[in-house]
Design a binder for this molecule. Structure first.
Ligand code: GLU
Length: 447
């Protein structure tokens, strides 16, 4: 059965590169109704941390990339006996050998390392993305595969684990290409079947250097905190190095499983494009029902909004279409809301009377007359939608001049130089408050 794997090293936060590799392995195995397995490559004792392992496992699963061996976490640090068994077997049949050497870490001390007897040949393997790759392994010499019989090194543990876990396809980053011939030598020494290999293109920053922290966020948690949706993260990462060859760019995970084809993975590096990522997130946001959207939006609300005197659910619900139209990620709403851009929806603005003056008018007299007219028109207007409010005022605005009427109306309602149009604002805050705010503005002019 086709079996792929994701073997992260828990030495840092869950990185988008790890998610992309996990995703391609997931898609490939699910497409063929195969297995997908996880293991934690925690042999670097100094750098591996439990909390990173938890973050990686929970993060991948939260994105929907679930694996089949969930009974217990396979950890390399707990498999010393298994590696020892294979080391002994290899030594027994002469493919590996023990060698007394001076310790590199503690000069002067003698250690007994395990080396592979290098057959000194060319290793040729077929990469599913790059085609045939040949390596002369002579220069590798008799490589060390274990620091001692109880301390197998990385390449050895990977080979043993992939074999023991039934891995048939190894899809991993291009940075592992040079590891592959070493690992094949070890496989051959242990008499294992060779899996298929595919080396995925690197994720590049816009300047085409390898994507790293200095180019922006690389940790998945940072994107989630900014308000990117899990389904958008999956969608965008799938397109980093792959596309189905059609115009489709928005995918659910199920659609990706259906359409994924390793033959369509690109050879060249995939440039990370935040603008495109934002666009994809917006597309996924637009697919959410109003209920789901509102629920998520509320979790992105800063306290500065929820503590406003007129904050309530209904206003929030009526504000939502405006936000839907404007934002790509919830973080944009959080930032704008924290900067006060949406306070008008939930609190009376502190209107600067001077701002009520339309630019073509000599003074505030005309604004007051027009505001009073709008007040009358809105008293019995239909407030069920921005359009119905507009219908009540529009003839008058056309007659008097749109800016002449709509500018003071909007400023009276929001106190802002820039905001959504006055009909949308009136709809959000409702009739009573709309009339009240217009009256306050007129009174201020009167003073
Ligand atoms: N533990 C390795 C890493 O996190 C993965 C090695 C592999 O895929 O073979 O980069």
């Amino acid at each position: 059965m086709i079996t792929t794997r994701i073997p992260p090293s828990p030495t840092g936060h869950l990185h988008i590169g790890t998610v992309r590799t996990a995703l391609f392995n997931y898609l490939f195995s699910r497409h063929y109704k195969g297995r997908f397995v996880f293991r934690s490559e925690d042999t670097d004792k100094a750098r591996s941390k439990k909390e990173f392992e938890v973050e990686i496992i929970e993060g991948l699963q939260a994105l929907g990339l679930t694996w089949d061996n969930t009974e217990e976490v396979v950890r390399q640090s707990e498999r010393g006996e298994i590696y020892r068994r294979y080391l002994e077997e290899g030594i027994g049949n002469g493919k590996l050998f023990l060698s007394q050497e001076e310790s590199k870490q503690n000069p002067g001390e003698t250690v007994e390392v395990v080396r592979l007897k290098n057959p000194n040949k060319e290793i040729v393997f077929n990469d599913l993305i790059r085609g045939e790759i040949a390596f002369d392994t002579t220069e590798l010499g008799d490589l060390v595969v274990a620091r001692s019989i109880d301390d197998a090194l990385y390449h050895f543990t990977v080979v043993v684990d992939d074999h023991e876990m039934g891995v048939t396809h190894v899809l991993r980053g291009e940075d592992h290409i040079s590891n592959t011939p070493r690992q094949i030598l070890i496989q051959e020494a242990l008499g294992f079947e060779r899996p298929e290999y595919a080396h995925l293109p690197l994720i590049l920053a816009p300047d085409r250097s390898k994507m790293s922290k200095r180019h922006g966020a690389v940790a998945v948690a940072e994107y989630l905190n900014e308000g990117f949706l899990p389904e958008a993260i999956i969608n965008y990462l799938a397109l980093l190095g792959w596309n189905p060859g059609t115009d489709q760019e928005i995918f659910t995970l199920e659609e990706l499983v259906e359409q994924f084809d390793i033959a369509k993975v690109h050879k060249s590096g995939a440039v990370f494009d935040r603008q495109k990522f934002l666009w994809i997130n917006k597309e996924h946001l637009n697919r959410l029902s109003d209920d789901v959207y509102l629920g998520l939006l509320k979790t992105a609300l800063p306290d500065s909004i929820t503590s406003l005197s007129q904050y309530d659910d209904e206003r929030m619900q009526r504000l939502m279409p405006t936000i839907r139209e404007r934002i790509n990620i919830f973080g944009e709403f959080t930032d704008a809301a924290a900067a006060g851009e949406y306070d008008f929806a939930f609190a009376h603005p502190d209107v600067d009377p001077a701002l009520l003056k339309w630019k073509k008018d000599p003074d505030l007299t005309a604004s007051e007359v027009r505001l009073r007219a709008v007040y009358e028109l809105l008293q019995n207007a239909d407030f069920s939608s921005p359009e119905s409010i507009k219908a009540a005022v529009w003839d008058y605005a056309e007659k008097e001049g749109r800016g002449e009427v709509l500018w003071p109306m909007r400023v009276a309602l929001t106190g802002l130089e820039r905001s959504p149009d006055p009909f949308t604002v009136a709809h959000i805050i409702g009739r009573e408050d709309t009339l009240h705010r217009i009256k306050i503005a007129c009174d201020k002019i009167g003073e």
